[in-house]
Design a protein around this ligand. Structure first.
Ligand SMILES: *Cc1c(COP(=O)(O)O)cnc(C)c1O
Length: 373
């Protein structure tokens, strides 16, 4: 079965092999050397002033960002489940909370953010997804961050990049905290999350907040290539392996360019067979289709064509399906995925099969790619 859900994503064979060695003790020079190399790669990926790895799923990094960077009121953007989560974290910790809510296909506007911040002087941090995975939506985070810093340079900008870091180049000039998670674009099993931090955010963190998720404690240790608590040694070894693999494959720029081109080719192929792209501003991390037969299409894809794509949650349950674009994806696999969707439509009697999806996908992906190579 081809795993094409936007998280978890498939773990490459060489990464699984790297993680199959005997468990290493975390307080050893051997592990510290691996940790140091991994940190170096992460600085290249995040381009931030500091990076911190945590043994937790992505939500742990979201929680540590909110508790350490927000001391008063958090503004969160709810255009989906993950954005909503930031508000729930703030409330759980007794922080003030203001939320901007939109339908899951709609990006937040810079104007709405600015207005909320001007109306609520208590807001000292803003949290937003770069790619909101619930509906495959891209928020204009860079523009939001720039506008916010112009009115208040002390406001903290927390950007959840769990389905964006490793997918596209992110301008972090005005971002204080950029979050990634292992099981999405980084092609690893779940259990590791990473924060890229600005110097300004480190000032605000000060002595830190909380215990396990106290970022000051972690920064102090990780600058010495160790961790405050037991490191996720196996996942760190896997992370180093995948980051080295990306380098060997031509580096981040190539990965970003291929991801963009493939997402474009898939979206065009699906539109060419009459399907509709759900988000108004699609993220590159996934292709999201809203369709009255979304459930049936997913079932046919799994049963007849060995393709596993994700559905929707909450009110979008049965109404959308999402095809992963994150990671090092073999082109022939994606060609099969779009072809399978076309075959599924023909099984449902919606459209006679004529190979359009595959043709459009290949034309866009290979014609453009040929020029670039
Ligand atoms: C997956 C995901 C998360 C984190 O979820 P975990 O299950 O805690 O790893 C957060 N934000 C986005 C946008 C995600 O896609």
């Amino acid at each position: 079965m081809l795993l094409f859900t936007p998280g978890p994503t498939p773990v490459p064979q060489n990464v699984r092999n790297a993680m199959s060695d005997e468990t290493m003790h975390h307080r050893t020079p051997e592990f510290e050397a691996i940790f140091a190399k991994t940190r170096k790669h992460l600085f290249n990926l995040f381009k931030s002033d500091e990076v911190v790895m945590l043994s937790s799923s992505g939500t742990g990094a979201m929680e540590s960002a909110v508790t350490n960077l927000c001391h008063n009121t958090l503004l969160n953007v709810n255009s989906g489940k993950f954005g909503e989560r930031f508000g729930k974290i703030a409330i759980a910790h007794g922080l003030g909370n203001v939320e901007i809510k939109n339908e899951w296909d709609t990006p937040v506007s810079v104007e709405d953010i600015i207005e909320a911040v001007k109306n609520n002087p208590d807001i000292d941090a803003v949290a937003v997804q770069i790619s909101e995975s619930a509906g495959g939506l891209r928020h204009p985070v860079e523009a939001i961050a720039k506008a916010l810093k112009e009115i208040n340079p002390n406001i903290m900008i927390i950007a959840d990049g769990i389905t964006a870091v490793g997918v596209e180049k992110i301008d972090i000039t005005n971002i204080d905290c950029l979050i990634a998670g292992s099981q999405k674009a980084l092609m690893l099993p779940p259990g590791l999350s990473i924060l890229g931090l600005s110097n300004k955010s480190i000032e605000k963190i000060g002595a830190g907040k909380g215990y396990y998720f106290n970022l000051a404690t972690e920064i102090k240790n990780q600058r010495k290539n160790t961790t405050a608590w037991t490191a996720a040694t196996t996942l760190t070894i896997g992370l180093l392996e995948i980051l080295e693999t990306i380098e060997k494959n031509g580096g981040l720029e190539k990965l970003y360019a291929e991801t963009e081109l493939r997402a474009k080719a898939v979206n065009a192929a699906l539109q060419a067979i009459g399907l509709h792209i759900y988000p108004k501003t699609p993220a590159r991390s996934m292709s999201t289709i809203d369709d009255e037969n979304a459930s049936e299409i997913r079932k046919i894809l799994a049963k007849d064509f060995e393709v596993n794509v994700a559905g929707g949650q909450d009110h979008l349950n049965g109404k959308i399906f999402r095809i992963n674009q994150m990671g090092l994806i073999p082109t022939y696999e994606m060609a099969w995925v779009v072809n399978s969707v076309e075959l599924a439509l023909s099984k449902l009697g919606r459209r006679e099969y004529d190979g359009t999806a595959n043709k459009v996908f290949n034309e866009i992906f290979f014609r453009v790619a040929k020029v670039e190579r």
